[in-house]
Design a protein around this ligand. Structure first.
Ligand SMILES: O=c1ccn([C@@H]2O[C@H](COP(=O)(O)OP(=O)(O)O[C@H]3O[C@H](CO)[C@@H](O)[C@H](O)[C@H]3O)[C@@H](O)[C@H]2O)c(=O)[nH]1
Ligand SMILES: [Mn+2]
Length: 691
């Protein structure tokens, strides 16, 4: 009713606001779908042991790593050691480390870990040590009153620290001494021609769990341990993590071929030694287990600060939204901490009255020498193996998308399987969250880009999932798949009200009028709801406030760039990439992270956008207040008040940005070129005409 007529200032700005409001409204409906039927589960491990202790299935555990610099081998082996030490019959466990970095340093670290595991596993089991990542465990304060324990503790700690020193110094040097290379035949694979992007398949079985001689210091069997680096050739696309996982599936089927697969990222150590048993409670349930394809645990991070400055933890996502997917039997696969049924991961459809066989791991190995097994494994790890097969399409993880996990989970569900989300109070896995703003934004860009790509592809849940998964789940998926496009109304809301304020063009009804009520109601109710939800999920008030900031920043940078890049890719101009998130930081940066000071520090274009938007809103706010205070008649500027409030809120949320621009002098502050650019661009707003 109030849209300015043709020719009047602000007509198009007003129409744009209206469209943004409608889009936000529709998106809000989507957010409700995953709050409709939230489900929490509770397994009974004792029943599992009572019924199945001697029939427990074999488990293959896949750990992925991609780069010895961004993902230090010392971290990867901590994950490996933690999963080797599960409270589970070791002869039924096989651990595979996939190294997409093709690095002898990683191989060396794993070799060291294989030796250390002979001490570590018995120590963990004897004293029920937790967590079972040595690094995490030795960082704890433990009670050393018991002298037997204290003695073992300090000798193991020394073993661990010596090993770590050897690995870290090898990585620092970047190469290995001849003495080290003499320790294992496997090193001969790394000749001068091997590079990260071009090398043959490397498969080395470091512990043959089926060999009676493979025992720990107490004489108990050890889990099988395999190093794998699939073949890389420049002319073959390697499909990032999805490619690595598919090779892992095939190689493991040559060796242990366990019916259940656990997949973790190299930074996600196991924090609960009973997690396998919990997951099996769901998969082996007599009534409902048959149809369950995978059991997904939440992602938790160990390096989250109190108020979670970059909002990495996402308490509402993990506590509520994903549990809402479980309510539709359609929990997405989120890449790590997930127990899969090999059968469903490999592409088979669910049908009723299937006969589930938990085949025995050792059958496969019988009668073959270790060399034969390694050679057979190398063949299935070659680039050319997948040519003309269904791998990456109907079989294994789906290719061509940076969020291979989401799209793969969806295809599994659409083949008739169900999935489970299990969110225990004791965290089952703990990983590393990005510690700089740049890293955090790059990660969200990869995610939102991949997710939007799914929406535009043939896998769009609204079409592909039709009749195969529940309607609520179809809608629920869109909550994430539409991250990228929802950036547009958000960007609009951050820019246009400020611009119009500068030019005294009102966009909202008068504050004291009736029409203002719905706006005020939505704003207050929405904020209060999200605050209460966040607090009830364990976030702090400041953590929620930080989330509001990240909400604005993500949408105006990561999601927006993801949107632009996806459109460009759809037009065929570029290809999917996967930027690995760094898991290392220098001490200076780490210190600021721990003090919850936002890390800028470089001149990335994302930072220019963040600062420009912050400046623009600051300009508009000051101008608006001036007009309100010194304006001739109060009535004329009264209808600008809502815009002043919006600019005020955006400015408040951006306080740390102003601080980084004007006051900070540390290395993480906003570089002066960014300050300069943002002031210039924001000033141009004064000159922009409003239509
Ligand atoms: O070419 C590659 C690239 C990555 N990875 C591995 O993939 C994992 C995830 O990579 P990371 O850089 O840590 O990305 P995140 O954003 O932290 O990962 C989340 O998002 C990804 C999808 O974007 C999922 O695959 C992950 O499981 C999920 O934890 C790591 O173990 C990497 O080693 C590979 O094995 N090969
Ligand atoms: Mn990660």
């Amino acid at each position: 009713m109030h849209i300015p007529r043709t020719g009047e200032a602000g007509r198009y700005a007003w129409i744009g606001m209206f469209i943004s409001e409608v889009l936000f409204g529709l998106y809000w409906i989507i957010t409700q779908s995953v709050r409709w039927n939230v489900v929490y589960r509770y397994p009974f491990k004792d029943t599992l042991s009572r019924r199945y202790e001697d029939k427990l299935p074999a488990i293959d555990i896949f750990v992925c790593t991609a780069d010895p610099i961004l993902e230090p081998p010392s971290m990867a082996i901590n994950t490996v050691l933690s999963v080797m030490a599960y409270n589970y019959p070791p002869e039924k466990l096989s651990v595979y480390l996939s190294d997409d970095g093709g690095s002898e340093l990683t191989f060396y670290a794993l070799l060291e870990a294989s030796k250390f595991s002979k001490y570590w596993i018995p120590f963990c089991k004897k004293f029920a040590v937790e967590p079972r990542s040595p690094e995490a465990y030795f960082a704890l304060n433990v009670d050393l009153n018991d002298s037997v324990f204290a003695q073992e503790w300090s000798s193991i700690k020394k073993l661990y620290e010596d090993m770590k020193t050897r690995i870290v110094s090898a990585v620092e040097k970047g190469c290995l001494s001849n003495e080290i290379k003499g320790q294992h035949k496997g090193f001969s694979e790394w000749n001068s021609k091997v590079t990260k992007k071009d090398h043959q398949s490397i498969v080395q079985i470091l512990i043959e769990g089926w060999n009676p001689n493979a025992v720990d210091i107490d004489g108990n069997p050890l889990p099988t341990l395999v190093y794998l680096s699939r073949e890389k050739k420049p002319q073959y696309a390697h499909n990032f993590k999805a490619g690595a996982m598919n090779v892992l599936i095939r190689v493991s089927s040559e060796i242990s071929d366990a019916p259940i697969i656990l997949n973790v990222d190299c930074d996600m150590y196991s924090n609960d030694p009973d997690a396998i048993r919990d997951a099996l409670c769901f998969l082996m349930d007599e009534k409902k287990g048959q149809q369950i394809s995978y059991v997904q645990y939440p992602q938790s991070y160990e390096n989250i600060t109190k108020n979670d400055i970059y909002s990495n933890a996402g308490p509402a996502i993990f506590k509520i939204e994903l549990a809402g997917f479980d309510g539709y039997d359609a929990m997405p696969y989120i890449g790590t901490g997930c127990f899969h049924r090999r059968e469903s991961l490999c592409g088979s459809k669910y049908f009723e009255n299937r006969i589930v066989e938990w085949n025995d791991a050792k059958d496969k190995i019988k009668g073959r020498t270790i060399d034969e097994v390694e050679e057979a494994s190398k063949l299935v790890a070659n680039c050319s193996y997948e040519k003309g097969t269904q791998w990456g399409k109907e079989m294994g993880l789906v290719y061509g998308c940076a969020v291979e996990d989401m799209v793969t989970g969806l295809t599994i569900l659409c083949r008739g399987w169900k999935s489970i989300y299990y969110h225990p109070t004791k965290k089952a896995f703990r990983g590393v969250a990005p510690t700089t703003l740049d890293q955090a934004l790059v990660q969200y860009k990869r995610w939102s880009e991949g997710l939007f790509q799914i929406f535009l592809s043939k896998y769009c849940p609204l079409i592909y999932g039709h009749g195969k998964i529940k309607f609520g789940a179809q809608i629920g998926y869109c909550l994430y798949l539409l991250w990228a496009p929802i950036s547009l109304p958000a960007l609009y809301y951050v820019v246009i009200p400020a611009l119009c304020l500068l030019h005294s063009v009102p966009l909202f009804p008068k504050v004291f009028g009736l029409w203002f009520l719905p706006f005020a109601y939505v704003f207050v109710a929405k904020s209060a709801y999200s605050l209460i939800e966040d607090l009830s999920c364990g976030n702090t008030l400041k953590g929620w406030w930080n989330f509001q900031r990240m909400w604005v920043i993500r949408r105006t940078t990561s999601y927006f760039f993801a949107f632009v890049d996806t459109v460009i890719r759809q037009l065929g101009f570029s290809e999917t990439g996967f930027v690995v998130t760094s898991k290392v930081v220098n001490d200076d940066v780490l210190k600021r992270y721990e003090q919850e000071i936002i890390e800028f520090g470089n001149s990335s274009i994302m930072f220019t956008i963040i600062s420009t938007l912050a400046m623009l809103n600051l300009f508009s706010l000051s101008w608006g207040i001036k007009k309100l205070v010194f304006g001739t008649t109060f009535g004329a500027s009264e209808n600008l008040i809502p815009q002043i409030i919006i600019c005020g809120l955006i400015a408040m949320v951006n306080l740390p940005v102003y601080e980084a621009l004007f006051f900070r002098r540390d290395k993480g502050c906003m570089p002066s070129p960014v300050l300069f650019k943002s002031i210039v661009i924001a000033s141009m707003a004064f000159l922009m005409p409003i239509y």
